[in-house]
Write a protein that binds this ligand. Structure first.
Ligand SMILES: Cc1cc2nc3c(=O)[nH]c(=O)nc-3n(C[C@H](O)[C@H](O)[C@H](O)COP(=O)(O)O)c2cc1C
Length: 182
């Protein structure tokens, strides 16, 4: 599928804002992911550049991510609800399911011409404290969302990283019939 082939995680973001309508469509795509008991444990909290909270999101990132992510017009945190409504049991699939919703969001973003770069390099503690994440919810990963920018404007080092060839394990290395790994 085109959206899967084209998706990547760039470092160069344009300052062009993301239209509100498109943001809504990202969450609409995420909404239709599957989940155990259909509990839909994914939550998304985000800030656009003009929002006061934008700088708080930026502060949560480690400096190595802040360097390039500060140009993205939207910063987001994906959050997982770790207990089912049903009997308040722990949901062992919460992160997996939040990831599936994110997968939908990524495909939708690519289809609409947006780019998304996810980041594990952030302070969970700060995110919980400053972004008001309540008990029973766990921050998963942050993401920069926007339009692709000009890689020539990236500082050296990042420019090289941007041009690196993307690689993947072979299909045989990640899938096997009958016995794991053979
Ligand atoms: C959960 C998660 C955490 C990541 N954390 C970071 C990060 O902190 N900084 C960064 O520059 N990229 C981060 N990435 C992006 C990966 O490096 C990238 O997805 C991977 O190299 C594959 O490249 P591609 O997305 O262009 O296919 C992260 C991706 C995921 C899914």
């Amino acid at each position: 599928m085109d959206a899967l082939k084209k998706r990547w995680s760039p470092l160069a973001f344009s300052s062009r804002p993301v239209e509100r309508e498109l943001l809504q469509q990202l969450f609409e795509a995420a909404r239709w992911a599957p989940s155990s008991f259909n509990e839909q444990p994914w939550r998304f909290v985000y800030a656009c550049r003009d929002d006061e909270a934008y700088l708080t999101f930026l502060d949560c990132l480690v400096p190595a991510n802040r360097i390039w992510a500060k140009h993205a017009p939207v910063l987001m945190l994906t959050v997982a609800k770790t207990f089912y409504d049903y009997k308040n049991n722990e949901n062992p699939f919460a992160l997996y399911e939040a990831g599936m919703a994110m997968g939908n969001l990524l495909a939708q973003a690519t289809e609409m011409g947006l780019v998304v770069h996810q980041m594990g390099g952030y302070s969970k503690k700060m995110a919980v404290e400053k972004l008001g994440i309540p008990e029973g919810f766990e921050p998963v990963a942050m993401a920069a969302i926007g339009y692709y920018g000009d890689p020539e404007k990236l500082p050296e080092g990042l420019r090289e990283r941007e041009q690196q060839v993307r690689t993947r394990l072979a299909v045989d290395a990640i899938s096997s019939q009958n016995v794991f790994g053979k």
